[in-house]
Design a binder for this molecule. Structure first.
Ligand code: XMP
Length: 516
């Protein structure tokens, strides 16, 4: 059994980062919401150690979440982060109080003592830059604990009980604003919880392949291939596991970028020799989208048309026992809500969610334990070209949600040309991998311009590029003016019908990444 760390989630915005840091230390980890954790579930998971996440609640109030009491009698090492530290200290008999002085953002912790959580970097006498986000603080410790780090507003910024292997930090070691936080997490997983750090992509690949062979047996598997990173990795992984028992279906919606449908067919059918059905349904999608301007209606129409075509192809194939999907770990993690209410739908993203029910097949989700960057690593391990593995995320409804208003074949072609120039410039400037997503939007607005002494009355396009770690929040990418000027110039000169280019400098929130 691989070493593993259990992360109990109390609803922090950055809990996923804890899991990533643990995995970066070569240790498998899973996030379980606090209200689903019991002593049985902990025993079943067999963790080498447990990390309690931060959270928005206050342990000074009744009816807020608590760490399970039994956890502290199981002989497991525990690291409590922020709220996690507070609930651990409170459960073990210490005291937590609401502080007059709140601490948000950068802070400095003075290391005043010694314990096994602190390595050479976090040595006694050093000052550590950390990121804090707390209103409450620990004010007295349970017996067995001693304090090893202090900040201005947190006299118990790091506390330790080496005998029981319980540690608490008031700051967030998982965020990049705590520059040496990853070391702290690594010391916890390795030196304290005794994990060996053998969670590698190559080991994961071998395990995944033998698991898939066992699960699938002699059955037939069908996989929807879009050319995005996730479905590409699923397809190649499955092909390596079960060969021609896998058939991929590529529904070409006609809403993809310039040259992408051809690249998908060439790589998967011609290069990998994966049985691939290419259904060119662009006309069908365009017809269905005729006259539609509402973004959610576009999504619905595209999602339904996709499901229908996919199902028909599956029938022609004579059915399949399994449907493979590129579900990732962030899609699986249950988010914890404190007000009990459902979260508001901003956009209905998952437009192929209805497939398994419609087709009455079992689901295969070989990536459901992985984060996006781990999927890319797996893709590299499987030999997929960098061009595919490093690709920016691309939404299922494709260019349809990058053309506000009605979609026409002419508009799609114009947008494709703009988009191709923009991406070519980004790649040429060596910026592609620094950006989470970059794309163009064709606006339903005409403006007056002057080209070669003649008046023009053409369309405006917007360019968008953002940095992000998970698409949940994003910042606009700070291109230099020279880059923007050059790219705008090329677009206006090379694409007919565009006479103005604007750059979107909205972050998310309050904006979203896509315009629709
Ligand atoms: P937003 O626009 O909500 O986008 O900030 C966050 C991420 O989700 C992608 N996105 C979609 N993906 N179907 C998809 O498969 C959709 O309908 C959809 N809408 C947005 C978006 O590209 C970004 O990566």
């Amino acid at each position: 059994m691989t070493d593993r760390i259990l992360i109990i989630d109390f609803g922090s915005q950055v809990t996923q980062l804890i899991a990533r840091r643990v995995r970066e230390s070569g240790v498998y980890s899973e996030i379980h919401p606090f209200n689903k954790v019991s002593s049985k579930s902990i025993k079943d998971f067999k963790p080498n150690g447990v990390i309690l996440s931060g959270g928005p609640a206050s342990v000074t109030e009744m009816d807020t979440p608590r760490a399970p009491d039994e956890l502290f009698n199981m002989g497991l090492p525990v690291l409590g982060i922020c709220y996690g530290q507070q609930t651990m200290i409170e459960r073990l008999g210490g005291k937590v109080e609401t502080n007059e002085k709140k601490e948000f953002g950068h802070s400095t912790v003075a290391i005043t003592g010694d314990c096994k959580l602190l390595d050479a970097t976090w040595r006694k006498g050093s000052q550590q830059q950390v990121w804090m986000s707390h209103g409450d603080r620990v004010t007295s410790l349970p017996s067995g604990f001693h304090v090893v780090g202090k900040s201005d507003a947190a006299p118990y910024a790091i506390v330790a009980d080496d005998d029981r292997k319980f540690y608490g930090v008031q700051f967030h070691p998982e965020v990049v604003h705590t520059p040496y936080g990853a070391e702290l997490i690594r010391t916890f997983t390795h030196a304290i919880a005794g994990c060996s750090g053998n969670w590698t992509m190559s080991a994961f690949k071998d395990q995944a392949i033998s698991k898939l062979r066992k699960e699938v047996g002699k059955s037939k598997v069908i996989c929807g291939l879009s050319g995005g990173v996730d479905s590409s990795v699923v397809a190649v992984l499955l092909h390596e596991a079960i060969g021609d028992q896998l058939t991929c279906v590529f529904v070409d919606t006609g809403l993809m970028r310039l040259g992408e449908p051809e690249q998908v067919v060439e790589l998967f059918r011609d290069h990998y020799k994966i049985p691939l059905i290419h259904n060119n349904a662009s006309e069908h999608f365009l017809e269905k989208l005729g006259g539609i301007t509402d973004p959610e209606q576009k999504r619905k129409i595209i999602g339904n048309a996709f499901i229908k075509i996919f199902e028909e192809e599956a029938k022609i194939l004579g059915g399949a026992d399994f449907l493979a999907q590129g579900t990732l770990y962030p899609d699986v993690i249950e988010s914890v809500s404190f007000d009990g209410g459902p979260s508001v739908t901003i956009k209905s993203h998952h437009n192929v969610g209805g497939l398994p029910e419609v087709m009455n097949v079992k689901l295969l989700e070989p990536l459901r334990e992985l984060f996006k960057d781990e999927v890319r690593e797996l893709g590299r391990e499987l030999g997929l070209p960098e061009h595919f593995v490093g690709r920016h995320p691309f939404p299922g409804p494709g260019l349809a949600i990058r053309i506000p208003g009605e979609i026409t074949p002419e508009k799609l072609n114009t947008l494709r040309e703009v988009d191709a120039i923009y991406l070519e410039e980004i790649r040429g400037a060596g910026l592609y991998n620094e950006i989470w997503q970059a794309f163009a939007i064709l606006l339903p607005v005409q403006t007056v311009g002057v080209m070669g002494d003649r008046r023009t009355y053409d369309y405006v396009c917007a360019l968008r590029a953002v940095t992000s770690t998970d698409g949940m929040t994003a910042d606009f990418f700070p291109f230099d003016m020279e880059f923007l000027g050059r790219t705008a110039n090329r677009i206006i000169n090379e694409v007919r019908g565009i006479n103005r280019v604007v750059y979107d400098i909205t972050s998310k929130p309050p904006g979203t990444i896509e315009w629709e």
